[in-house]
Design a protein around this ligand. Sequence first.
Ligand code: PLP
Length: 387
Amino acid sequence: MQAYLDCNATTQPLPEVVEAMAACMRERWANPSSVHRAGIEARHAMERAREQVAGLLGCQPRHVSFTSGGTEAAQRAILGALAARPARPCLATSPLEHSAVRELAQSLEARGNPVHWLRHHADGTIDLDALDALLRDHGPTIAVLSLMWANNETGVVQPIVEVAARCRRAGVVFHCDAVQWVGREPTDLLASGIDVLTASAHKLHGPKGVGAMAIRAGASIESILPGGPQELGRRAGTENVPGIVGFGVAAEAARAWLASQAPNAPCRSLITGLERSILDAVPGSVINAMTAPRLWNTSSVAFPGLEAEAILLLLSERGVAASAGAACSSGSLEPSPVLRAMGLSDPVAHGTIRLSVSRMTTTAEIDHATRVIPECIAKLRRSGMPG
Ligand code: PLP
């Protein structure tokens, strides 16, 4: 039995996504900018996908530009907003962001660009009073504020609509990294007040290497790299048509699922059930940010005194795939900067693993994990090794 509980790292592409991409590579391989018939057919396939993605994001197709993924989309949004208004040189963002945003902010700061680091409560949610003070004192110098909708490591959900309203009043462009949110909860760019939202196909059962920026009309975002006129002049370079077509199919499926599911759909309680079993079966275990508003699919579980890497290796041997913090930081012995910034103690941060599911996760997988996780923790504790 295998249990794949690493859906925040990536999700399995749907069979219809794989099929649509293969058909596109066989039959729609022309350049979508070409004027001949084959080019026009490739362009139509891409424009159909743009409609499907816009449908999932709650905006018009003309608002959507495709990119090579969530990282590129977020960085284009932030750098594009800074480039559009040089009189406002500052970026505001949170130390709890994904590395795609956090490391960009750190590198800007190292090069002398002012960055305001947003304050947050102990549970990982943003401190709105501190944000009010920041915008009151520095608003006119801030070009863009970047805040993720749901955290990839803890699932903590930010009060995005409240943040958007504050940014709007202060004249600050609001970028929301919605990579972990889109496809799991309804998204409405226009109603949310977000200026630019970024998403990634592979987190919603689409392909890797394709993402999107959805830019509300009137938001000041400049294209940061010169080149061809693709994507309404917002992102030069020949588009990844098969990837975009796959993204479209995945977006359509996610939208249908969101529309058809009751708020109490069974997959939404898989993680809370698993958390309850772990807390019952493993003395001393802790759910990080347990009381914060969290995405239904993510759990950050700590086994203080153990090392996450040792836990993950043993789980993997027993057929449970999970990760420690961000996927890209697994393999290193350092606890993630996000857990550190949340103020978790060393033993808790070192012993934290992330369990994340999707709408395709089965109760059999959760049952398997419910059996295996306490066994593995007991074994590591018996061995007396931190890992
Ligand atoms: N933002 C968040 C919150 C993520 O979780 C990820 C990927 O894990 C990214 C951005 C980067 O997306 P991509 O892998 O498509 O570059």
